[in-house]
Design a protein around this ligand. Structure first.
Ligand SMILES: C[S@@+](CC[C@H](N)C(=O)[O-])C[C@H]1O[C@@H](n2cnc3c(N)ncnc32)[C@H](O)[C@@H]1O
Length: 642
């Protein structure tokens, strides 16, 4: 029986496979001959010794970190979730680097839009420190989940000699992995202020490619105050936009405001329009037009030639299809044409606070939203949900997936629910957030941030919840969803998804998959019983889903077959039984069940189904060998054990 591969996607091997596909001739004994590769690339090879290069102290290490597969897993947490059985949304607690690695198989090219609002590296915010050797253990230490040598989350102060380098090293692997999750026509929006703007721009040019840069938006995030600034009171931030492949990205359009649409009162088969005057005060299109009674319109009352809005050819075409009308005035004729609603409005690069019609909110609107839900100020500088919602309207269709892997108070989730409410649709989100330990954060915080963290801790204490930011994020999404329903009693919101499934990052459930770098000898001894004693079947089940690259929101049917619990995923495509004492009768009954569910592929001569058992579940090796034979007789494609 084959063993299930326990590692998250190996990015280097994946790249090598892509290269093999393109240039099979440069591979010999599975190694790349770079001289041959250069020959294949001909004049595109750069022969200069000096070239433009963006680098920093630690870049090589950051690259290595991006390429190292994760040894962790995501454990389901139904207690913290909302509408577990029906929701398509995910809330994942953990360091986003490990989480992004774990999502590589299941969400490769599945995400339409990523929005992130990372720590701005102001010197007061936390910048997570990755550890190449054992990042899961490092994560447990940094979030205070296991003891460490005082190596908890630390602020990246601007007196640290590697201030920018550390931040870039943190961002590089995350952006690199996030790009893999974008659809080919996907896009990323990144909020940043002027501290790291220029570095982030260079970093993104490298990771996404300069040609995929769409624009840098300027968002007026606050107004007034700032008189204590030394030179200039800065009232804006940036939002960098990059496409995965610019050529594949659809044009951005902003939806029209109701005020704008008011003019377009008429409608025909082509769409909305209003009748507009064809004659213009000035222009370049001069020609004569014959009216229904033979009158020729060519010169105005003063004898000057009349200028028309459109070319003569276009006018004649429009007349033929009824898009032009003539009507008689007292002594002449007026001509009208159908002014049609353009496909969409082009978004502008500057979002000003004062333009009431276009306001996408300010940071203080973000704070008011949270205040409204919690009656307390419990998160410093959340984004307004209207801003992220506005970005989504440019591009995200009605059932697509949005990812935010620095989700903070959960604003992106709130924005997705609000937009789904507006256009009655079904966009889904994945929010990732570090369980940042607020007690630790409080010690290092200063100014208004200290008071906000203090309030958050008080709130969590009253609610008897652990002092983690993730508790704030989840509660915000729960409250925001309930409020949307409460505020709209007249709408049928039965299909609005206000739920979310919670998963938590942890070390693998399976001992061999969780290589303990410091303690290899005990790890090998432990492997005799390879499942960790504190893990449940549900934990194992979702780890199997991840390793197979399946969606974490897939419905799972739980059945009892011959007294054993069996999980049926995708109508027999994956059947998992994690109970002990598996007998041959159980295997036969499972095989019969698959036979009913999965049709026989005449061409391939098999049933496309996978069956997973625990390695230690079989009474003895005889039963195991027989089990493989039985499943073969039923033409089942793949049998593996963990
Ligand atoms: C600027 S805040 C995001 C605020 C969010 N846009 C909002 O509106 O609430 C950045 C968040 O990223 C989180 N964070 C920092 N490092 C992280 C990591 N390695 N993994 C996941 N989250 C992280 C921080 O805890 C913080 O809450």
């Amino acid at each position: 029986m084959n063993k299930l591969d326990g590692k998250s996607l190996d990015i280097i091997s994946q790249n090598v496979e892509k290269l093999k596909d393109l240039f099979p001739e440069v591979f010999s004994e599975d190694k790349i001959n770079f001289e041959k590769l250069k020959e294949e690339l001909g004049s595109f090879t750069d022969k200069e010794n000096e070239r433009y290069n963006f680098t920093w102290n630690g870049k090589q290490e950051a690259k290595r970190i991006a390429q190292t597969p994760s040894t962790g897993t995501l454990r389901p947490c139904k207690e913290d979730s909302k509408n577990w059985d029906t929701t398509q949304n995910l809330y994942i607690e953990g360091d986003n680097l490990e989480v992004l690695k774990l999502l590589q198989k299941s969400y490769h090219k599945k995400v339409k839009m990523i929005y992130i609002d990372p720590p701005y590296n102001t010197g007061k915010d936390f910048v997570y420190k990755d550890n190449f050797r054992d990042n899961i253990k490092n994560y447990m230490e940094q979030t205070g989940q296991i003891d460490s040598d005082g190596n908890r989350l630390s602020t990246n102060s601007d007196t640290n000699g590697r201030y920018h380098s550390d931040w870039l090293s943190m961002m590089y692997p995350r952006l690199k992995l996030a790009r893999n999750l974008l659809k080919d026509n996907g896009v990323i929006f990144i909020s940043i202020d002027e501290v790291e703007y220029s570095k982030l721009r260079s970093l993104c040019d490298e990771i996404f490619g300069e040609t995929n840069h769409i624009a840098d938006l300027v968002w007026q995030n606050k107004k007034g105050g700032g008189n204590d600034s030394k030179h200039i009171a800065v009232e804006h931030e940036y939002v960098l936009i990059y496409a995965k492949y610019e050529v594949k990205l659809h044009s951005f359009f902003e939806p029209y405001k109701p005020e704008y649409l008011k003019r377009y009162k008429e409608e025909d088969n082509t769409g909305l329009f209003f009748w507009d005057t064809f004659k213009r005060k000035s222009g370049k299109q001069y020609y004569s037009i014959e009216c229904p009674d033979g009158t020729i319109l060519e010169n105005d009352e003063l004898g000057n030639p009349i200028s028309w809005l459109r070319s003569e050819d276009r006018f004649l075409e429009d007349k033929k299809i009824g898009d032009v009308r003539f009507f008689k005035t007292k002594d002449s004729w007026n001509i009208h044409f159908k002014q049609r609603l353009p496909e969409g409005k082009k978004p502008r690069s500057i979002f000003l606070e004062e333009s009431i019609l276009n306001s996408q909110g300010t940071t203080s609107d973000g704070s008011s939203e949270l205040l409204n839900l919690f009656k307390k100020n419990i998160f410093q500088n959340p984004k307004p949900s209207s801003l992220i919602k506005h970005f989504m309207t440019f591009i995200v269709n009605k059932d697509e997936l949005i990812l935010d892997f620095f989700s903070g108070s959960g604003t992106t989730a709130h924005s997705v629910m609000n937009l789904n409410l507006d256009d009655n649709s079904n966009r889904k989100y994945i929010c990732v957030q570090l369980p940042e330990n607020l007690d630790d954060s409080l010690i290092k915080a200063i100014g208004p941030t200290k008071a906000t963290i203090q309030s958050a801790i008080e709130f969590l204490e009253e609610s008897q919840k652990p002092h983690f930011i993730t508790e704030i994020g989840k509660e915000r999404i729960r409250r925001a969803g309930d409020k949307i329903k409460e505020d709209n009693p007249d709408k049928d919101l039965s299909s609005l998804d206000i739920g979310f499934k919670v998963y938590k990052l942890d070390s693998s459930n399976i001992k061999e998959w969780d290589s303990d770098f410091d303690n290899l000898e005990t790890s090998l001894l432990d492997a005799v019983d390879n499942i960790k004693s504190d893990r449940t079947s549900q934990d194992l089940l979702y780890e199997i889903l991840l390793k197979y690259g399946l969606d974490l929101t897939l419905p799972i049917e739980e059945k009892t077959i011959e007294g054993k619990t069996v999980y049926n995923i995708g109508f027999g495509a994956l059947v998992v039984c994690l109970d002990d004492n598996i007998t041959i009768e159980v295997v036969e009954a499972i095989a019969e069940f698959i036979k009913e569910q999965v049709v026989y592929d005449e061409e391939k001569k098999k049933r496309h189904a996978r069956v997973v058992f625990k390695d230690k579940s079989f009474a003895d090796t005889n039963v195991k060998t027989n089990a493989i034979q039985v499943l073969k007789q039923f033409d089942i494609d793949e049998v593996v054990s963990i």
